[in-house]
Design a protein. Structure first.
Length: 560
């Protein structure tokens, strides 16, 4: 495809995706919409789009040539979806210092969609054309052989280009720029490398992140960017099966950014995969995971693999994972997040809750983790409003912010998260909040799981609180979760768009028994769900405890 103006090409791609002219999954649609929305509103947040910088990066690929396959020796021509990603990452800048906005990229796409070629070009650009003195660029992976795939492709590109070969020096595992930028280097780096300490990372390209059993290398690279003006950590991967690893954690974060659950202007994420209810045997859906289908990804090969996957169950997971970019063994969020977000648009003030029946749910987890207090208020129109408090030890936050992209400190600064002194939760903070709520509102009950709240419950009972046990098994949780879901679907639940509760709602996974009973699963949920457990407990007791004038005693509980 002959690209005349990459900016127009990127915009056309977004329009084609959102109009349906290009078949794409929901995550890609959200990435395109985010970019278009940013073009309208990101200036209010201190960002601008530098068209010339974006064009410059795309133009750099005209100096690069394919190093293998059917296009060997030919100049690289980027496809519209690749141009959209590249121009978005490199075009957005901060007004305060004209440095790049995006610092972390998560890209997930099926195999054979030109990942190595595209990333080799990005690595080369940041190594020799980004105006960064002493730039250190690394192609990183779990093993040296994997790390060298991107690096070796970049070396071959240099050797195939007269203009690049005249400027760049090549050693066995090193490229350097001896004349103009003598301290710049581009090298492969692996988890088993002995040279991880002392890195000063300008760019790191982490290939096949799903293969990383731990997040150690990622964290080393992340901490190595601290002294750079505009570093870039670029993770690219196909789907995998390990939901406990760094890759799924980063993917989960990318999804929450795309869904609008978490706001992070420094993070760019895009995921090419099938949508939840898509028929994986339908060829029409395959392009959702393979944007280069018909270019670098061959349709006849996918057809052959699909036939095998349908006939041989042992081949199915491999086809779904590597060719359709579907995580095997992955759980999905229980709630419809679009409906959940709609429930956050009905904002209310604290004063509106006075004199309304109030039921409090407590989920205390462990003393070193998040504790949640959620109060459910029944309103005159039979809607339910949630008022939340979350608690976390200060020392735990210090550790979490180094290991996780979840914005705990931002939530604390914005008063959505209460930090208690030390490394365990001080329950006196929770008791003080309950005393205040009891003075201010018509608190009917405080419900708790006796598994880990016995002492606090005893203390509150001594003070005259009406404490009610609520065990978190199928029997108690089934009606509570069904009522919570009914309220969300009908948009009769109002949660004031609390970002911590939004995050927990997006994490919530439930498990069912053979009879269709359900309960939250903290093990299968992608991250913390304590606030949603507390919300279900509060709503469950509200349903059970309200007086005869309430709708809750004049109808049967809706079974969904």
């Amino acid at each position: 495809m002959n690209i005349k103006d990459p900016i127009k090409t990127a915009l056309n791609y977004c329009d084609d995706v959102l109009s349906g002219r290009v078949i794409a999954c929901d995550y890609v649609k959200k990435a395109c919409k985010r970019h278009l929305d940013d073009l309208k509103y990101a200036g209010d947040r201190g960002f601008y789009f530098d068209k010339e910088e974006a064009r410059k990066v795309v133009k750099f690929y005209s100096y690069c040539k394919h190093s293998k396959g059917e296009w060997y020796g030919k100049k690289i021509t980027l496809e519209p979806w690749q141009i959209f990603i590249i121009t978005t990452i490199f075009g957005w800048k901060r007004e305060v210092d004209n440095m790049r906005r995006f610092r972390t990229v998560y890209e997930e796409v099926a195999r054979k969609n030109g990942k190595s070629t595209k990333l080799s070009g990005i690595g080369l650009y940041l190594f020799c054309a980004d105006r960064e003195p002493g730039a250190e660029v690394y192609a990183a992976a779990t093993k040296r052989d994997q790390a060298k795939i991107v690096f070796d492709d970049a070396v071959k590109m240099v050797r195939a280009s007269k203009s690049l070969a005249a400027r760049i020096g090549i050693y066995k595992n090193n490229m350097h720029y001896p004349k103009d930028l003598p301290n710049n280097k581009f090298e492969p780096l692996s988890s088993d490398s002995q040279t991880q300490d002392g890195l000063n990372v300008h760019c790191s390209i982490v290939d096949e992140l799903h293969a990383h059993k731990t997040g150690d290398l990622w964290r080393v690279l992340e901490t190595g960017t601290g002294s750079r003006r505009q570093p870039l950590l670029y993770a690219i991967t196909t789907a995998g099966s390990n939901q406990e690893g760094i890759c799924y954690s980063l993917r989960d974060y990318a999804v929450k950014v795309l869904e609008g659950i978490i706001e992070d202007d420094t993070f760019f994420g895009i995921i090419y995969t099938l949508d939840k209810d898509d028929d994986w045997t339908n060829e029409r859906n395959w392009i959702k995971a393979n944007p280069n289908l018909g270019v670098s990804k061959k349709l006849d090969d996918m057809q052959r693999q699909c036939v095998k996957a349908q006939q041989m169950k042992g081949e199915r997971n491999g086809f779904l994972c590597k060719h359709l970019n579907i995580w095997t063994n992955a759980e999905t969020a229980w709630l419809d997040l679009e409906r959940w977000k709609a429930c956050g648009t009905h904002t209310f003030k604290r004063e509106s809750l006075k004199k309304r029946p109030c039921y409090i749910g407590l989920d205390l987890a462990s003393t070193s983790d998040i504790a949640a207090l959620v109060a459910a208020f029944l309103m005159p129109d039979d809607s339910v409003r949630l008022f939340c408090r979350f608690y976390l030890p200060e020392e735990t936050v210090k550790v979490r912010v180094k290991q996780s992209p979840v914005p705990y400190q931002v939530w604390a600064d914005d008063k959505y998260l209460t930090l208690t002194d030390g490394n365990v939760i001080d329950y006196n903070y929770i008791k003080d909040d309950i005393y205040q709520l009891n003075k201010e509102f018509d608190v009917k009950e405080i419900t708790y799981d006796p598994w880990n709240a016995t002492q606090l419950a005893n203390d509150l009972m001594d003070e005259g609180a009406n404490m009610v046990e609520f065990r978190q098994g199928f029997k108690s949780m089934t009606p509570a979760l069904k009522e919570l879901e009914r309220l969300v679907i009908s948009e009769n639940l109002h949660h004031n768009n609390n970002p911590v509760l939004n995050w927990m709602a997006s994490n919530l996974v439930v498990v069912e028994d053979d009879a269709g009973n359900m309960k939250p699963s903290k093990r299968k949920s992608t991250e913390k769900i304590d606030g949603m457990v507390a919300a279900a407990m509060a709503v469950g007791r509200l349903v059970a405890g309200e007086d005869d004038n309430s709708i809750y005693n004049t109808r049967e509980l809706l079974v969904l």
